[in-house]
Design a protein around this ligand. Sequence first.
Ligand code: R7I
Ligand code: MG
Ligand code: MG
Length: 352
Amino acid sequence: DSVLAKGKFRGSMLGSLIGDCMGAPYEGEEFSHGLKTMVRKYFDKLDGPYFSAPFKPYTDDTAMTKSVAKCLIEKPTPLDVKYLAKLFVQEYFLEPRRGYGAGVVEVFKKLRKNKFEDLQRPAAEQFNGSGSYGNGGAMRVAPIGLFFNGNYEAMIEAAERCTRITHTNSLGVNGALLQCIAVHQSFQLDPKEKLDVTKFADELIAKMEIIEQDQSGIVDPNEPTPPYKEQLLKVKELLSCDDPNDPIVEEEVIGSLGNSIAALNSVPTAIYCFLRAHSEIPGIETDNAFRRSIQFAVNLAGDCDTIASMTGAISGAYFGDSCIGETMKKHCEYHEEVTQLADKLYEASLIK
Ligand code: R7I
Ligand code: MG
Ligand code: MG
């Protein structure tokens, strides 16, 4: 129903913001037990009564997500990529110090220089013509997974076009598609029913199989497993071998799935954080599975603003905004604006 759907739009957009703000101070750190303790103390405090402190600033993840939402609200379907490219570039030059990827800035400069006449070439020229495999497409895709509910084909097309403005490497593109599909799947589920985590992963595998096959053509049984399918099989493996007496710990997740800026080593990790948080995690004392998913993602260090942001987008699309603690939300820069954007995006999705 509409109350549930509206709450899920808010939950996903706020989840994405909260993950970004909570993870940003630790981006680029190595995992350590000291860091994990620090994160735990902070999250425990944020689960309590409101206290005043300087807000946690958001980074490029939120800056770009904001532009995607704005584009869908102002110019619904089909996705107006020229307008979206202008929003990305405008936002970057307004606030360049939001922690953007080192390569993507080059794309913004070239787009501005060619006056948005050629939207494809700047991204295609990245990294000597191989295109970026960074997670910049995936980190901003959540609004598309929410907006196109009910039209899977249009959603995939919009997610791909949104990503190709900056990322053309198939790993960068398919990572964004996987994140979009995960948000979309979460959105469609009823949080009052128990989540079947294996089924959730199997459905992602089935959809990624089609996407990864499309590029390689005919399937050859001797071909190696395509990269995202392989990562998702590892997600399932980690979930199934998790024993309460010998739990999977952060180091194992980092070693198996990764925690880097590469989409291949961060999108499946975020999906794992969401799924893993459906049961208790030692060292994270809370009954709130939304908080658990984000805290676990931040613990991983590495590219944890982005991994936590993607985790939050999936978790929030599943649980809705009622699961988000007020204190934690209020400590994030821009939370009021994000709530308004989510509401407008929801309204726009009804009339698209
Ligand atoms: O993908 P992108 O927008 O970066 C997003 C990340 C998130 O973690 C944000 O929080 C922010 O910190 O940045 O930006 P890109 O510059 O396209 O890609 C990110 C980085 O991935 C690049 O700066 C490279 O270090 C690396 N990378 C590559 N390196 C070698 N060869 C991406 N593609 C390649 C490649 O093909
Ligand atoms: Mg960032
Ligand atoms: Mg990051």
